[in-house]
Design a protein around this ligand. Structure first.
Ligand code: BTN
Length: 259
């Protein structure tokens, strides 16, 4: 396996060790390989990924100058909270990017989009391992188009995505961004431990742009159309279909039909 180009510590009780690589296949894959000999509590960071993984088995383009990392940890929380991690992570990332001056909204479950233009600027891929009711690890793969020019991405993607550089016309320090995101993730995990899922859900509801809208959900080969009503304590999206049936969706991609 490739060797990291750098190993350093950050001020994080959850994930203090960062292994920085130049090129990897996917930081999620390297993180899982590291778990064979490292305890959860580390971050794999890469300058670029050759086969970055997106949701639903899609490819995630990860050119140089973006922020591509995976954090792996073993939280001491009830396993029933595991479904809330995509949402928890998206609010942590959104809070961090908003503080830079970006105007954003969240699309269930964890897309980070630019308000008004609907262009995607970041994505999150959550994986976890449980043995009975014990969480072995949670793996948060986070990708942010940071100091990227749009022409670094393939032409098929360009209309639908943006980057911090394109939006703010300035570069940001990606390591500071990583530290701040990790700080916010820890903050929300602490909140989850003390107050449960309600404050996390409330926070997400403030920033989402789909509740109350007609959406189409694509799950495997099925399409479900309905009004996005709510989000459950396990992070599922509740849709009300045309025959007034309520359907809970735990995974799938969503498109907004009516604005
Ligand atoms: C999505 O499809 O929206 C999720 C994208 C997640 C991309 C990140 S980049 C760092 C980490 N490594 C991967 O291979 N994927 C995630």
């Amino acid at each position: 396996m490739d060797e990291p180009i750098n190993k350093f510590r950050i001020n994080s009780s959850l994930c203090p060790y960062v292994f920085k690589f130049d090129v990897v296949s996917s930081t999620n894959l390297i993180a899982k390989a590291f778990l064979n000999y490292e305890k959860p509590g580390f971050i794999i960071l890469a300058n670029t990924q050759t086969t970055g993984l997106g949701q639903y088995g899609r490819r995630w383009e990860s050119p140089r100058n973006g922020l591509w990392f995976t954090s792996v940890f073993q939280p001491t929380i009830n396993h029933e909270f595991i479904g809330i991690f995509p949402i928890l992570t998206s609010i942590a990332v959104e809070n961090t990017l908003k503080s830079l001056g970006l105007d954003l909204f969240l699309k269930w479950p964890n897309d980070i989009l630019i308000n008004k233009t609907f262009k995607k600027i970041g994505g999150i891929l959550v994986e976890s391992s449980l043995t009975q009711n014990i969480i072995n690890y949670i793996l948060l793969g986070i990708g942010i188009n940071a100091n990227n020019h749009i022409d670094q991405f393939s032409s098929a993607l360009r209309d639908g995505i943006s980057s911090i550089l394109e939006e703010l016309k300035r570069e940001v320090n990606v390591l500071d961004l990583l530290r701040e995101i990790m700080y916010k993730i820890e903050f929300y995990i602490d909140l989850l431990q003390v107050k449960g899922v309600d404050p996390i859900l409330e926070n997400w509801k403030k920033s989402n742009n789909i509740l109350g809208k007609q959406v189409s959900a694509h799950i495997a080969n099925q399409e479900i159309i309905g009004e996005a009503l709510d989000i459950t304590r396990h992070g599922e999206l509740v849709l009300k279909t045309s025959n007034s049936k309520k359907v809970k969706i735990s995974t799938g991609s969503i498109s907004i039909i009516s604005l």
